[in-house]
Design a protein around this ligand. Structure first.
Ligand code: NAD
Length: 282
């Protein structure tokens, strides 16, 4: 079967044109969208992600400030920093770069972010809003997945969807978004028996496990749409959860890694920052 690549780079660039114009219009009114990034520790992958996000923000006219804490920082120190950013009138969005060093409780740290500045929609309030279908901030990666499908006119209504992974960052919010868009959703996780038997019934299969080459051809229905959210550094290169060579020929549409969900996630971050800036300034 001929498959089409779901090109996150091109789709994100197209969406960025609109966004840039919107931001330009705000800046002429002396409104300067501003994202504050908090990074704890010296994990090189986190450093690289933050650098990329700041560079892309600069290209669209979003101001950023980087607030770094050492890897041994306490939760109190993080709370104090986030509280200061909550109270800083120049800051529209706060991003706490994950993962945090192991001694820190990520949920408690995230919940210090004021909901109106929570650019990744990961505070409990936004998670509850999403579960109830109440408008709020939608986490960047699930939003990127939905926007990528929409860009290719791929409707999820009435489709059977399988999501591998149930984290608060990706799998769980994506499940709600899919259900609210009319899909029937199965969530696969580490306790799922015979996950491949569930996966291979899916019209749309999304993998967010972080396990390289977990999904191989016998997990995938003929003609399925496959989104690979996973990113793992393996033998010095980035690989997804999906064994692309084996799986792609069975699919109708599939994301590459890199170049699929990653750029759409960054694009969602920009869009969420703009949304928060507009909300605060209206
Ligand atoms: P996580 O570790 O918090 O959650 C992983 C989930 O996958 C868990 O729910 C777990 O039950 C499930 N899982 C793990 N191994 C499994 C297996 N063998 N079978 C079935 N289920 C399994 O991770 P996360 O933060 O949700 O991220 C998942 C992956 O997505 C990672 O590779 C991460 O780097 C990547 N990610 C990519 C982007 C992007 O922009 N492309 C954004 C966020 C996360």
């Amino acid at each position: 079967m001929m498959h089409t690549l779901l090109d996150g780079i091109t789709t994100a660039k197209q969406r960025r044109q609109d966004l840039t114009q919107n931001i330009r219009a705000l800046r002429t009114k002396n409104i300067f969208p501003h994202l504050a990034v908090v990074r704890v520790g010296d994990d090189p992958a986190s450093q690289a992600y933050v650098t990329i996000k700041q560079k892309i923000c600069a290209t669209v006219g979003i101001d950023t400030t980087l607030h770094e804490l050492p890897k041994e920082a306490s939760e109190d120190e993080i709370h104090t920093l986030i509280e200061a950013l909550n109270n800083n009138p120049e800051v529209d969005g706060i991003l706490l770069q994950l993962p945090l060093p192991g001694h820190l409780n990520a949920r408690q740290c995230l919940n210090c972010i004021a909901p109106e500045k929570d650019v990744d929609g990961l505070t409990d309030i936004h998670a509850q809003n999403l579960a109830k279908g109440t408008p709020g901030v939608i986490p960047c990666t699930p939003l990127g997945c939905m926007n990528l499908l929409r860009a290719y006119n791929l409707s999820v209504r009435g489709q059977t969807v399988a999501i591998i992974g149930r984290s608060p960052l990706v799998g769980t919010p994506l499940r709600y978004l899919m259900e609210q868009a009319g899909a029937t959703v199965n969530v696969i996780h580490t306790r799922t028996c015979n996950p491949h038997l569930i996966a291979r019934h899916a019209d749309i299969l999304i993998s967010a496990a972080g396990v390289p080459h977990l999904v191989t051809d016998f997990w995938v229905k003929n003609g399925a749409i496959v989104l690979d959210v996973g990113i793992t550094r393996h033998n010095n290169r980035l690989v997804g959860d999906v064994d692309f060579e084996k799986v792609a020929p069975k699919t109708s549409y599939i994301t590459p890694v890199p170049g699929g969900i990653g750029p759409m996630t960054v694009q969602s971050l920009l869009e969420n920052t703009l949304k928060l800036s507009k909300m605060r300034n209206n």
